[in-house]
Design a protein around this ligand. Sequence first.
Ligand SMILES: *Cc1c(COP(=O)(O)O)cnc(C)c1O
Length: 412
Amino acid sequence: MPNFTLPDDVFIRAAEQFPTPFHIYDEAGIRKTARAMNAAFAWAPDFKEYFAVKALPNPAILKIFKEEGCGLDCSSECELLLADMCGFRGEEIMFSANAMPPEEYDHARKLGAIVNLDDITDIDILEKHGGIPETVCIRYNPGGDFTLGNAIMGSPGESKYGWTKEQVPVGLARLKALGAKRFGLHAFLSSNTINNSYYPKLAGILFALGAEMAETCGLPLAFVNLSGGIGIPYRPDTPTVDIAAVGEGVRKEFIRVFGDPATAGVGIKTELGRYMTGPHGWLVTHAVHEKKIYRDYIGVDACAANLMRPAMYGAYHHIHVCGKREAPADHVYDVTGCLCENNDKFAIERPLPKIEKGDLLVIHDTGAHGFAMGYQYNGRLRSAEILYTKEGNFRLIRRAETPEDYFATLVE
Ligand SMILES: *Cc1c(COP(=O)(O)O)cnc(C)c1O
């Protein structure tokens, strides 16, 4: 897989046209990834990638996924409204969340979305709010730790999601009694995982459980939903997932459990967010301040309100300085935003080329869970979003907030 990037000229021209900070997304890159994903699972019956809306909830992006044959994974009322607004219909929408306001099930059912139940008690809620559809998906939580080889990749036993194994046959019997004709099985066991065997291992678990439950409960398994969790290389030295190998790994597991995909009658769904758009977005910001105390600081005009991941998770985001990609990284900086919070740092003790005030900095991999996690703390406003189109133009797909937006919800 190529390491997606854009030439500096693109960032510089965009910054001439739009005030910084802004997020910019590469349409061609997103389409390429969507196609690679669809190609990797071309063997799979009824395959659909349901892009996780929460990763990048902008209609211009969602419409690209529609054109590439993807569906949407929604987890709230507003995300359902977005899906509807972008022309997604019926089973092109997956609806899953936990502790869901019951009325949101009504909305999901009205759109004909596939509902993914996070808890066994949600059966009764769904029955009263929209009714039990013929196909229902349930979210499985195997408990304990989830490992790949010797590495612990996640601790489902500590996570709030899903059903225990014991609950699955009880809930399926109840769903059957209420009119369900078939079921889907979903699990999300590890986040941002760059190991090619994550999906195959998860698939093996869900295929085996699905086959067992179909037999015990007399309801056919309609599909397995491998959810999200495939990661991206935030650090330049991290390998990229080989999505073709992932698809092939899942195919082997499929054949092992169900035999020939053409006749097995079991579909495959995914709900990737980060993998689909993460590497195709950048936060573009100017260096506006330089400060030397016990460390050297570069202040930029973006802040954690525009990209929360470093502050929230200590996440690494690669940064480069436009025009200085090849310059030696012989200075060490903390790159900071302006929030009155010391965790508002995009980089800590990061070797970078010498930065001058006015330099254009590009923060990588902000295309998923970047703008989307934005907020307004300290009276800092959400930025614009720009689409770098496949034709090579810049399209403003969300304007920056203004003080009027900040005050719009106040009640006298
Ligand atoms: C967040 C989420 C996803 C997408 O996760 P990524 O890590 O972005 O791939 C998919 N499904 C569900 C239910 C989620 O909550």
